[in-house]
Design a protein around this ligand. Sequence first.
Ligand code: SF4
Length: 523
Amino acid sequence: IEVHICMGTAGVASGGYEVMEAFEQEFKKEGVPAILKERNCKVKATGCRGLCARDVLVDIHLPGMEPITYEHVTPEMVPAIVQEHIGNGQVVEKWAAKKDYYDFYKLQKRYVLKDCGKVDPEDIDDYIAHGGYEAIKKVLKEMTPEQVIEEVKKSGLRGRGGGGFPTGVKWGFCRASKGDLKYLICNADEGDPGAFMDRSIIEGNPHVVIEGMLIAAYAIGCREGYIYCRAEYPLAIKRVKKALRIAEERGFLGKNILGTDFEFHLHLKEGAGAFVCGEETALIASIEGERGMPRSRPPFPAVRGLWGKPTNVNNVETFANLPLIILDGADFYASMGTEKSKGTKIFALSGKVKSTGLVEVPMGITVRQLIFDVGGGIPKKRKFKAVQLGGPSGGCLPESLLDTPIDYDSLIAAGAMMGSGGVVVMDETNCMVNVAQFFLTFTQRESCGKCIPCRIGTKTMLDILNRITSGEGREGDIENLLDLAQDIKTASLCGLGQTAPNPVITTIKYFRDEYEAHIKNKK
Ligand code: SF4
């Protein structure tokens, strides 16, 4: 018998530790049916399973029965769940998850997240029991580095951090660079408002990221690596630290990995929380102890990166895909998704949607399916208005584009982008000028100031937006915004500036009447 308690950040914040303690106390109590003690009940903390809005989530696994999930569990509910469900096999229906909970998972294909919510993230043996570290064993035993790169190219995997560059091709550049010391970096500096994919993967299954990095390090020829994780993710950092220590003790990191001459040393670097450090050259500067500012390219990191050595950077989700590709094969992986966007994608669904949380869906499902079939639609019987895809650098899509397929190219054609996977849903009560103002306030504050178009341009755009939303908009403001947006996109040094105007451009394109109403009505 196993009791799984959701202990990602949302689960812990909702009282997960107290619920866990209540189960443990209940099993020790005098008068608890002897059968419970005989049944050897195990209480296990797991990572996020997706439906964060309903934490604390608890799964009860009884032999011969489908697991049953309870939502919003509090310590007070535990005695009844133990006595009635575990003791007598009677589900406590009033607290058990209903149809809408299971609907959340119907369209999902949880491959990368398959063990999140199942394994104990702090127990390497649990990861191994679920097939963990089998992929690196296979790679070291059966494949040359070139074969690994070919397999990843064949899978069609594209970088999940936002750029969408083919992962195997990127690895090939770094492998081809000269030098006996090369670095591998995992970008876990997720900083978009509304994005929590990478945090949830690390919190829920840190060993899958380490294993993915091992596969990449072997393929590229890296001996040293860093996980760059923002310091605002204390639970993720705690679990990564523990996972690194135990993986090294167990021979998965360090010298002579699994008895071979493959060597990989992996370190954790805590970032101070600047959004621009998600840009790989700024991230590299930050690890070197410099101010986190992007550098001009070329040279690209694959040629001259960390400490001047060839360096490959991928994000958390990209690494977490690799064990699946190695174990199930590139052909299987490429069978999911669309022609140019293969596999699945993890999204953080938030805003005005009934079931907020972490979802993994095959590439190619539509925005409508994501919001209405997975997310359950708009609460309070309100109307859908728009969705911001791709974080603050993405774009707002209106109702008329709800049937856009979710793949890299279709989203860009519609004016949005995949980004790292943040999805924020807006309803009819949202003012789209305020939404654009919110996102531009964020990117303007996070601009590192190195180049003038971004530093001064975003500030000027924000001044105009502030004027419009405070009822002081002028004729010509909309055109000025569009002109500035084009200049900033064209002339900025890095992706932050190049994409910062996107929310303004798309809200003007699809909701121009709201800008005009602010200016005309002076409010
Ligand atoms: Fe810094 Fe913005 Fe220039 Fe990027 S575009 S280097 S964030 S000022």
